[in-house]
Design a binder for this molecule. Structure first.
Ligand code: ADP
Ligand code: MG
Length: 261
């Protein structure tokens, strides 16, 4: 049964999509069967994997609204071991359309249920808001990964995110865990980056992954080639950092799972 993981932070531009694209690609390259779900109307995850978002007939939108089966939306084997549930701007309408729907927070959870046993991991790329799309992702997930950019005001908004996670635990999904916090766009030449790392560690303690993602131009170029950074330039610092993060993540999660048995 897949572990379902939402990549969440209501701030835009912190590296959610870059982390989702590269972590799913890295984990699938290690032989795990992975599904990546685009839950952001911007569709950056979709285009980051080289899918033409304007040409899509069915997307996450149709899944949430209930007019398509997720199996008919998923693009299979886009890369080895990696399937994608794509999205585009149509998804923007769902924030409003979902409001009047029955079980509006559980639409994604219900859709995923039937395919969960076909994957080892399902990662959901969230939009930069805490609206119904993100609530659907959190209600459907076993856990979250929170990317935090090494920049001024890095911690701003995190208490709001913690509140949302607590509310979701109370009302929608009591088992929601935090798998970890990933620091992104680290610049080793600045004191600021180091200060942010220390502050985030004070706030999140051992939840912070040891693998820190550097600011790396190859990671930001990769989407325009429709490739995850780890495939676009596997030797780049950014690609290596995401491969390390994938190793660290799998060890952390799969060790915990063995303990539970
Ligand atoms: P979010 O999904 O949180 O909005 P993105 O992953 O789209 O954030 O990243 C925002 C921008 O920063 C994008 O242009 C992306 O290519 C760039 N970016 C993300 N991570 C890195 C990195 N480690 N190094 C350089 N650029 C990055
Ligand atoms: Mg994004």
């Amino acid at each position: 049964m897949a572990r379902v993981v939402a990549i969440v932070n209501q701030k835009g531009g912190v590296g959610k999509t870059t982390t989702c694209v590269n972590l799913t690609a890295a984990i699938s390259s290690k032989g795990k069967k992975v599904l990546a779900i685009d839950c952001d109307p911007q569709g950056n995850l979709t285009s980051g994997f080289g899918i033409d978002k304007k040409a899509l007939e069915k997307t996450t939108y149709e899944v949430l609204i209930g007019s398509a089966d997720i199996r008919d939306v998923i693009i299979k084997d886009k890369f080895k071991n990696l399937d994608i549930c794509p999205a585009n701007i149509n998804l923007a309408g769902s924030e409003i359309e979902l409001v009047s729907m029955i079980a509006r927070e559980y639409r994604l959870k219900d859709a995923i249920e039937s395919i969960k046993n076909e994957y080892d991991y399902i990662f959901i790329d969230c939009p930069p808001s805490l609206g119904l799309l993100t609530l659907n992702a959190l209600a459907a997930s076993d856990s979250v990964i929170i990317p935090i950019q090494c920049e001024y005001y890095a911690l701003e908004g995190l208490s709001q995110l913690s509140n949302t996670i607590n509310l979701v635990r109370k009302h929608l999904n009591k088992h929601l865990e935090i798998d970890g916090v990933v620091l992104t766009m680290f610049d080793s030449r600045t004191n600021l980056s180091l200060e942010v790392v220390e502050e985030v560690k004070k706030y999140f303690g051992e939840k912070v992954f040891l693998s820190i993602i550097p600011r790396n131009v190859r990671l930001s170029e990769a989407p325009s080639f429709g490739l995850p950074g780890i495939f676009y330039d596997p030797d780049s610092k950014g690609a290596r950092a995401y491969m390390e993060l994938a190793d660290e993540y799998l060890i952390k999660i799969e060790k915990n799972n063995i303990k539970e048995v």
